[in-house]
Design a protein around this ligand. Structure first.
Ligand SMILES: [Zn+2]
Length: 341
């Protein structure tokens, strides 16, 4: 009998050890968590965005306590809707504030995820000066350093790479450099590449660069894909890329991002068995230090109050909803090096 118990205990330990080895993690502002703990996740939102430009922004531009006072009720409301993980997509030089996010995570109990990377849109206004003369390798070194040692001595680590490119089929040399830097960083860290992209052209241009660099499309999130085409989504998703429809807003009605548009598109994607590559979010928030009292702050509620009930009326199961809001974010953002096979 005792031999049998020892045998069973040994088997149990072997199984649990092998599961630990395989356990996939997400890096939040408070540290690593197993992806199974993510729960309902909003993958593209903002708490703070400062549009003044890389040459003038900095922590002097806002008072943390004021931003917290403004953002906290919106985050608590999201928590009451069931949100457990929140991806803050503001990159460095555009208002990223790791300690602010950590404090908000501690106050709300929500897992918040921040990022490393540079934002190239608007004529490189948000690219730091040093990056203009540097190579992709130099830029990647800065991002990998943040992954290894934390952001600016804050003890907060990035959980994904956030970049942005212009909506052009041919990318500028600066933007090619940024995409290559993201590829190098991904291969060194396993962080997912989230790229503000929009239309089909730059999405496929970036996927080609990543492939040349040996990075699988599985590591790429086509951000703001709502401005792309259905054919583009199917083609990119079949390659493995993630399609991020991240502008749900009840006030858009039948326009892209509105309820009719979303329901029609998601129904079409469900029919094509493609829901497993789709991510949804609001791209809402945020405190803007350039505006009085941070300006208009849009809530993170519309998906829960409008989209989900409507999808259910249109034949979506709880399993479909969980795929969009729980399972897909786990698979898209688990830290994992995804190389071309
Ligand atoms: Zn955004």
């Amino acid at each position: 009998m005792s031999k049998l118990i020892i045998f069973l205990v040994t088997i149990f330990f072997m199984i649990s050890c092998s599961q630990n080895l395989k356990q996939e993690t997400l890096i939040t502002v408070k540290g690593k968590i197993p992806v199974e703990e993510m729960g309902i996740s909003l993958i593209h939102e903002h708490i703070l965005v400062d549009f003044i430009g890389a040459d003038s922004t900095g922590y002097h531009r806002w008072e943390k306590s004021k931003v917290i006072e403004r953002a906290l009720p919106f985050l608590m409301e999201a928590k009451r809707k069931g949100v457990n993980t929140f991806f803050e997509c503001t990159p460095a030089y555009l208002g990223r504030d790791p300690l602010l996010l950590k404090e908000l995570s501690e106050k709300t109990g929500i897992n918040i995820v921040t990022n490393t990377g540079y934002y190239g849109v608007r004529d490189n206004k948000y690219i730091p000066k040093h990056a203009f003369d540097e190579t992709s390798e130099d830029i990647a070194k800065v991002w990998i350093e943040e992954f290894n040692n934390g952001i600016e001595g804050s003890g907060v680590f990035p959980g994904f790479i956030k970049i942005a490119v212009e909506r052009k089929d041919t990318l500028s040399p600066m933007h090619v450099k940024i995409v290559k830097a993201a590829a190098i960083t991904h291969k060194a860290t396993g962080l997912t590449i989230v790229s503000h992209t929009g239309t089909d052209g730059p999405a496929f241009t970036q996927l080609e660069i990543l492939k040349i660099e040996g990075v699988s499309p599985e590591a790429f999130v086509w951000t703001h894909a709502q401005d792309g085409t259905f054919e583009g989504y199917m083609k990119a998703a079949k390659q493995g890329a993630w399609i991020s429809l991240d502008n749900f807003n009840k006030n858009n009605f039948d326009k892209p991002g509105g309820i009719d548009w979303f329901v029609e598109l998601l129904t079409k994607l469900k029919k094509e068995n493609m829901l497993h590559k789709i991510l949804i979010s609001h791209d809402a928030g945020w405190y803007d230090p350039g505006q009085e009292n941070g300006g208009n702050y849009r809530s993170y509620n519309d998906i829960f109050e409008y989209l989900i009930p409507t999808l259910k009326k249109h034949g979506f199961s709880q399993e479909d909803i969980d795929l969009l809001l729980i399972k897909n974010p786990q698979r898209a953002y688990a830290v994992n090096i995804k190389k071309m096979k």
